[in-house]
Design a protein around this ligand. Structure first.
Ligand SMILES: C[S@@+](CC[C@H](N)C(=O)[O-])C[C@H]1O[C@@H](n2cnc3c(N)ncnc32)[C@H](O)[C@@H]1O
Length: 328
């Protein structure tokens, strides 16, 4: 997701992002294609470290400075007239899109586990996906009531034999881990999260604001740390009388491909339930089966996996649908 393939050229990443944005954000689909052919913007990006050249980061930084989503003209002027300021926002910020609707794709798996649950989310950003029990859900008319009556109702289209839960699971302990936790109490951090939403997806913005209000009522604890080094210490803090679940979504793409297997080995060694919701190509375990099955949606989906085994479902990258695979 996010045109973030460190093995591809910058122009290729912008073209890939245009495909991802198609049908969701006409403005970013067009802009991304234009940037892929724009020498001024490409040479600005070339002066940044490779991990800082992503479309999502460029567009969100421009939106942050302009106060509105960029078009090619405003983006070119920004890069030409305020290039240092742009580079500084891009160097200090990260693509930390926190999409609460991803909880709707995790919920059926979470609800199957023996409760109560202790949740650890690695790559938690502001912790909005650490609150799956607070939100309510609408799976094409199948409603699930969350514990906070003022929290948003997340709509998700079920496809295939989704085991829709009757209720949200009981969560007695939760913590997130992130290289750079965002603070739900900080207006500046929350403004950055809003800038990461694409124009044309105003429904996401409304939901994000409602989820932020929910998180401000129940602030999730997100600890600063690296999933490659700091997970075991956090897992040791979890209570022994709850099912420990370690989960992540839209995170492994940001981890060096050579080290993703290391992370899988760390999680496997912790004896927890492991739930992964990631683009198929970045998942280390059972890659063959995952990729074969991903031919259904290409790379424009996430694979939902439990304990490193082949996928149980494919999910929309922003949680809009959940396609459960029939049991073999
Ligand atoms: C795209 S956000 C996803 C946030 C959330 N999981 C969700 O689904 O909405 C990815 C997050 O992973 C974090 N991250 C990336 N690499 C990490 C690492 N090595 N250790 C911990 N967090 C990491 C980033 O800082 C960012 O907040």
């Amino acid at each position: 997701m996010g045109g973030h393939d460190l093995t591809a050229t910058t122009a290729e990443n912008y073209r890939a992002f245009a495909l991802e944005a198609a049908g969701r954000s006409a403005q970013y689909e067009r802009l991304s294609t234009e940037v892929a052919d724009d020498d001024t913007i490409l040479s600005f990006l070339a002066r940044l470290p490779p991990a800082k050249r992503q479309p999502n980061l460029l567009f969100a930084a421009a939106r942050y400075l302009l106060g509105a989503p960029p078009e090619l003209k405003s983006l070119r002027s920004l890069v030409a007239d305020r290039g240092d300021e742009m580079a500084s926002v891009m160097r200090s910020r990260r693509t930390q899109t926190n999409e609460p609707a991803r909880c709707a794709t995790l919920l059926p798996l979470l609800a199957m586990l023996p409760g109560p649950l202790a949740l650890i989310e690695v790559g938690a950003s502001a912790g909005l996906t650490l609150l799956p029990d607070r939100y309510s859900y609408d799976y094409a008319g199948h409603r699930v009531q969350g514990t906070d009556p003022d929290a948003p109702v997340i709509a998700c289209e079920p496809r295939g034999p989704v085991p829709l839960p009757g209720r949200v699971p009981e969560v007695t302990w939760r913590a997130g881990l992130d290289l750079n936790p965002l603070d739900v109490a900080s207006d500046e951090d929350m403004q950055w999260l809003e800038c990461l939403v694409w124009p044309g997806e105003e429904g996401r913005l409304t939901r994000l604001r409602a989820a932020i209000a929910t998180a401000r009522r129940h602030p999730p604890r997100v600890v600063r740390g690296d999933l490659l080094t700091d997970l075991p210490a956090l897992a040791r803090q979890a209570p022994g009388d709850a099912t420990l679940v370690i989960f992540h979504s839209a995170v492994l793409a940001y981890v060096d491909p050579a080290r993703r297997g290391e992370f899988a080995a760390i999680v496997a060694g912790l004896g927890a339930v492991w739930i992964s919701n990631e683009a198929p190509r970045v998942v280390p375990a059972d890659v063959g089966a995952t990729l074969a099955a991903a031919s259904l949606y290409g790379n424009h989906c996430f694979a939902l996996m439990r304990d490193g085994r082949g996928p149980v479902a494919f999910t929309d990258g922003h949680g809009a649908w959940l396609d459960w695979l029939p049991a073999e």
